[in-house]
Design a protein around this ligand. Structure first.
Ligand code: GRF
Length: 195
């Protein structure tokens, strides 16, 4: 069984998709802890409502990364919870060496584009602005760069005439909610293979 630690800053719909897949018996995994850098994040409420351990870690003075002490606290929480795989689900900060070193090739992220196209913030908006006819989502290993780690799997989504950033993001999120549990099923320890 996969022992997961989930990090998120937002509403937590990808976390919910993963937790639902576990609850339905479609994914042999257990969420050991959910951690957020945002005290009011929906992801923490969702986790608590499911009886899961949910922790807010005060991020400190930086906007794009955790203060080193905060990141060490995250590492400690993950390790004490027995986490083997760190799953980023709408986590809005860069991952730095202490966390990367504690979980080498064991941190994955979902990004709302077909990487390497449109890394960074609001990738769906970038795709619209570029006039792309297709975009999608990517699950990838996390490295020290921004959305640069090795790609594990992708799912394409069409850009439709009349799309707004909101309609496109919503379509991408539907694909994300299927892709993330599918990818987790293929990881070593999940007991099931094949996408
Ligand atoms: C998703 O679109 C994900 O790709 C991006 O942040 C968003 C998180 O949404 N990294 P949610 O919090 O899982 O609903």
């Amino acid at each position: 069984m996969l022992k997961l630690g989930v990090l998120g800053s937002g509403k937590g719909s990808n976390f919910r998709a993963i937790a639902d897949a576990i609850a339905r018996g479609e994914l042999d995994a257990e969420v050991r802890i959910v951690i957020s850098d945002v005290a009011s994040a929906g992801i923490l409420e969702l986790a608590r409502a499911r009886g899961l351990r949910a922790e807010f870690v005060e991020p400190g003075r930086f906007k794009t990364k955790l203060e080193p002490e905060a990141e060490l606290r995250v590492v400690e929480l993950l390790q004490n919870a027995g986490v083997e795989w760190v799953v980023l689900a709408g986590y809005m900060r860069m991952i730095k060496p202490p966390l990367l070193a504690a979980f080498p090739r064991r941190i994955i992220n979902i990004h709302p584009s077909l990487l390497p196209a449109f890394p960074g913030l609001e990738a769906w908006r970038q795709a619209l602005a570029a006039g792309a006819r297709e975009t999608g989502c990517t699950v990838h290993y996390v490295d020290a760069g921004m959305d640069t780690g090795e790609v594990i799997a992708q799912r394409a989504v069409p850009v439709l005439p009349g799309d707004t950033p909101e309609t496109l993001h919503a379509r991408i999120q539907v694909a994300e909610h299927a892709l993330y549990p599918d990818v987790l099923r293929t990881l070593p320890g999940a007991g099931v293979t094949g996408l």
